[in-house]
Write a protein that binds this ligand. Structure first.
Ligand code: ATP
Ligand code: MG
Length: 433
């Protein structure tokens, strides 16, 4: 049989990466909670038409990136979700959540896009996102941006810059569009095939092109901000002043249009150098038209989606601190008669809230201590027949301050008081750091 391999562009996340993922996930969960956002979990598979309607037919995603298939059992057209905003809005409408008032929600999980795999771009990747539904004011835009900025800051990341723009409302985009199409038509020869196809259907999308040959053309294109009416401009200015009041640096990027069709007013992206390119690590904005596009009573919304793999890559590059340990305590034991006592000691330690790895598979004390060391545990609990006969176990310090392997300080403690002794020792170590 051929060697079985994961699908191209879809990666395994191995246990060695757990410390990084854990730091990320715990930071996200804490930040979301601190803004009153509650987690929502929607299916990975949705009806294809949800994305066609919600994301827009002329987008990269719907045109060429979706994993769509026909359910062979009932002929339904289904798609692996390429993003989660459409799914969250669908669920909100299906369960009538807005009836209870505005909703602040977040999600995390796998997304699927058929792209050419490369650093920071995969076919299965993860996003974490937040959505505020039912809130129309610029304060909601500012809150969403502050929330995302807090996640990036709490992770300890630096060098990520925030770009912001306003897409105004449909009528303003139409006025801009006529001028834009005239400009692009006058420069037909520079347009690539994608751009020619979109010239009349969705010319704004052309500004989002990554084709280097078109960059100077795009640079000189008429700017949407110059077509904003008073209300749109006031909304944009208010968002910006709220951000400035919170010392959130941001740069207006008139070319920022975002890849999805449902955005209006505020759009934003955080960009960061990754390797030798600049990648967007997070994007979002206001999408007031979406709820109605998906069949609901009109209701405003805004949110962001953060690319988890790109953030983790930045965390690796910036050597962000993570806790590599697998457990607090490693239980070393020898002799058949000690097994039940060792297992019991491990359970008591877990009762006390400690993470415990119980040695399995036998072996000499020396071999077991090697494992104990490799686990990153701060302590080993040593249980042998002689100690046990005295109702005692050995408590051995595995780390010096700073985490280096310790000289092997060890003392005997009563089995009955083991959990208290370990907790006290951990607290004492914590204080001496
Ligand atoms: P790009 O312009 O890089 O293709 P996008 O505009 O398609 O990004 P969004 O749909 O806004 O991306 O998704 C939000 C975030 O999800 C992106 O900023 C990025 O960090 C991440 N992301 C998008 N596509 C991928 C992918 N194929 N692999 C890994 N991360 C991705
Ligand atoms: Mg894309």
């Amino acid at each position: 049989m051929d060697k079985l391999q994961a699908v191209k562009g879809m990666n395994d996340v191995l246990p060695a990466d757990e410390p990084l993922w854990r730091r990320f996930e715990e930071t996200v969960a804490a930040s979301m909670r601190s803004y009153g956002y509650r987690r929502i979990r929607t299916p990975i598979v949705e009806p294809t038409r949800l994305f066609v309607r919600g994301i827009g037919e002329m987008t990269d995603i719907v045109e060429k990136e979706m994993y769509s298939f026909i359910d062979s059992l009932n002929g339904e057209a289904l798609t692996l979700r390429p993003e989660n905003t459409a799914g969250v809005v669908r669920a909100t409408l299906q369960h009538n959540l807005l009836h209870e008032g505005p909703q602040r929600m977040w999600y995390a999980g796998q997304m699927f896009r058929h792209e050419r795999p490369q650093k920071g771009r995969y076919r299965q990747f993860h996003q974490v996102g937040a959505e505020a539904l039912g809130l129309a004011g610029p304060d909601a835009d500012a809150e969403i941006i502050l929330l995302c900025q807090r996640i990036l800051d709490d992770l300890g990341l630096t060098g990520i810059s925030l770009e912001i723009n306003s897409l105004g409302q449909a009528a303003e985009r139409r006025a801009h569009r006529d001028t834009l199409v005239a400009y692009l038509e006058a420069n037909q020869d520079v347009l690539d095939a994608d751009a020619r196809r979109r010239l009349h259907a969705n010319p704004l999308r052309i500004l989002d092109s990554k084709n280097p040959a078109m960059q100077s053309l795009i640079e000189g294109a008429p700017k949407l901000v110059d077509f904003l009416g008073d209300e749109s401009r006031a909304h944009f200015d208010r968002v910006r002043s709220l951000l400035s009041a919170q010392n959130i640096p941001h740069r207006v990027n008139p070319r920022l249009v975002r890849g999805l069709d449902y955005y209006n007013l505020t759009v934003f992206e955080w960009v960061a150098p990754l390797g030798d390119t600049v990648l967007t690590v997070c994007g979002g904005g206001r999408y007031d038209p979406l709820v109605e596009m998906l069949g609901g009573k009109p209701a405003p919304g805004c949110g962001f989606a953060l690319g988890v793999e790109r953030i983790l890559e930045l965390m690796r590059e910036q050597a962000i601190d993570t806790d590599p340990s697998q457990c607090d305590v490693y239980v070393v034991h020898q002799g058949d008669e000690t097994l039940a006592a060792a297992l019991d000691a491990a359970e008591r330690l877990r009762d006390a809230g400690l993470d415990v790895l119980m040695h399995a598979g036998g072996g000499s004390f020396k071999a077991q201590f090697r494992r104990a060391d490799g686990s990153g545990a701060q302590f080993a609990v040593v249980i042998g027949p002689d100690e046990l006969a005295r109702g005692e176990v050995g408590l051995k310090w595995l780390r010096d301050e700073g985490g280096a392997t310790a000289s092997g300080r060890q003392r005997a403690v009563a089995l009955s008081g083991l959990a208290d002794a370990v907790v006290d020792a951990m607290l004492a170590e914590g204080e001496s750091d």
